[in-house]
Design a protein around this ligand. Structure first.
Ligand SMILES: NC(=O)c1ccc[n+]([C@@H]2O[C@H](COP(=O)([O-])OP(=O)(O)OC[C@H]3O[C@@H](n4cnc5c(N)ncnc54)[C@H](OP(=O)(O)O)[C@@H]3O)[C@@H](O)[C@H]2O)c1
Length: 209
């Protein structure tokens, strides 16, 4: 499948791009800064320039699937969380619908909740609003909700459950492995699940959902 990776220059998404480049799928890296092109040129991965604060139909058109791994990050204001994690995410879902990109895989977060009272409630609320929109679409969606992200090497071993609250950590590399594995695990369609470090291989964990 031709897979658009949104937020491709991010740490998790870069793992996704590298894994896709070694798979049967064809990644396209959506970036917002032309200076980031060189990194993907070296990987032999095509890029498209697009910003989630503006229309992205040109990036989405012609793709078979989207992996959304963008985010405003913890260093921007709450306004950017709404503009990117909430409204920007929904913009990409609408673009997927309008341009017939049926498969949509969302990197979300554990503890997302529209009524969150957490210390980062603005973030958890934004992610929940975006996820709820996705669930209401007719897209073939999967929502992956990891715990706190680490830069540890990916063990390939995870714990997956449809309970979306809890605590724990997940390596960005394991998140990437899971996002990519969802493309080939059709039983993940229409499901949302939390993802923590565990002792089950990614494929086994996804099959058991
Ligand atoms: N941190 C955690 O503990 C945690 C826990 C659970 C879930 N998550 C989720 O996991 C996601 C990925 O985490 P990460 O650490 O890999 O992220 P990251 O390295 O911060 O990457 C985020 C990417 O989003 C891109 N982006 C930001 N605004 C954009 C816009 N307007 N248009 C297009 N792209 C935009 C950034 O582009 P530039 O490279 O141009 O800046 C960046 O490449 C987070 O965004 C969060 O939603 C995080």
């Amino acid at each position: 499948m031709k897979v658009l990776v949104i937020g491709a220059n991010g740490v998790t998404a870069t793992h996704v791009i590298k894994q896709l480049a070694e798979s049967d799928h064809d990644p396209v890296a959506m970036i917002r800064d032309p200076l980031h092109r060189e990194k993907f040129d070296k990987l032999g991965v095509p890029t498209v320039l697009a910003d989630l604060e503006y229309p992205i139909d040109h990036a989405v058109r012609g793709c078979d699937a989207i992996i959304f791994a963008a985010g405003s990050g913890g260093k921007t204001g709450k306004d950017k969380t709404v503009l990117i994690d909430h409204i920007g995410a929904i913009r990409s879902m609408v673009a997927a619908q309008v341009n017939n990109v049926q498969r949509y895989i969302m990197l979300s977060s554990i503890n997302n909740d529209i009524n969150s009272q957490s210390p980062i409630a603005h973030y958890h609320r934004a992610k929940a609003h975006a996820d709820n929109f996705l669930i209401e679409t007719d897209l073939d969606y999967t929502i992956v909700c990891p715990g706190r992200l680490t830069d540890d090497a990916g063990s390939g071993l995870v714990a997956v459950t449809e309970r979306l609250s809890g605590s724990g950590m997940t390596s960005r590399e394991n998140v990437a492995l899971t996002l990519v594995a969802c493309l080939d695990n059709h039983n993940t369609i229409g499901k949302a699940f939390s993802l923590l470090e565990g002792d089950t291989t990614v494929n086994e964990a996804l099959h058991a959902l």
